[in-house]
Write a protein that binds this ligand. Structure first.
Ligand code: NFM
Length: 229
């Protein structure tokens, strides 16, 4: 049965059907051993520092990607509210970059000396390919949502009931695990769902492939820090 027909039947969104269909891969990205080691307190600090340094480089590449989604929303969106949600995302990234700089100096990391690892370069390359005007808004907003959702789901798990996250890592987990970030991810999911509901079969397929790609890249990104375990 087609994705749209399935959600018509159960009155749930395309994304919900994908999350059910690809549950294991989604869990692989949001319950990665690195995340589980933060939650149970067994994390090796070298792994954390390596993730922090690499993620700073990723977020620098993420800014122009989000800006490109904003441009697509302006050109292609059927709903004016989309722009405000995405603009909010752009704005919060300024604060996020400052946070990375502060947090890195706390850990004695010199950001100007960080060299991107292979998985990071690959992921930034994916972001760059998504900035092309040939990539549809529906596909780009789906990628945007899942990139944010992986971090939200992962870090919320580290501050949830029964977590033993070390005190010095709690601020990091709060950054993506907090309630406001969850709401923002929900807004992105609603936009993506609305677009997917009205998408052609071809666009729907492209978006689903992109959803899976992002999950794989996220797993590879977490894996980079495992060399230090
Ligand atoms: C690899 C990766 N994925 C998602 C995020 C969350 N988005 C912005 O901060 C992130 N920082 N890094």
């Amino acid at each position: 049965m087609e994705e749209q027909a399935k959600c018509e039947e159960k009155k749930i969104g395309v994304i919900e059907t994908w999350l059910r269909k690809h549950r294991l891969l989604f869990q692989g990205a949001t319950r990665h051993p690195l995340i589980l080691s933060i939650r149970d307190g067994s994390i090796n600090i070298a792994s954390f520092k390596s993730w922090l340094a690499q993620d700073y480089l990723f977020v620098r590449a993420f800014v122009p990607f989000v800006a490109s989604v904003l441009i697509k929303a302006w050109k292609e969106s059927d709903e004016s509210g989309d722009m405000e949600v995405i603009l909010g995302g752009v704005a919060s990234l300024e604060d996020e970059l400052s946070w990375f700089k502060r947090e890195s100096s706390k850990w004695g990391i010199s950001l100007s000396e960080v060299v991107p690892q292979q998985a990071n370069k690959k992921y930034c390359g994916l972001l760059e390919s998504l900035m092309s005007p040939d990539v549809e808004y529906t596909v780009a907003i789906t990628a945007f949502w899942v990139i944010e959702a992986v971090y939200q789901e992962s870090f919320a798990h580290c501050i949830g009931e029964g977590s033993k996250t070390p005190q010095e890592l709690k601020e990091t987990c709060e950054r993506w695990g907090n309630e406001a970030f969850a709401k923002y991810c929900q807004s992105l999911q609603n936009i993506a769902n609305r677009r997917l509901q009205n998408a052609s079969d071809e666009e729907l397929k492209k978006a689903e492939v992109m959803f899976l790609n992002v999950l794989e890249y996220e797993v590879d990104f977490w894996n980079m820090s495992r060399g230090n375990v």
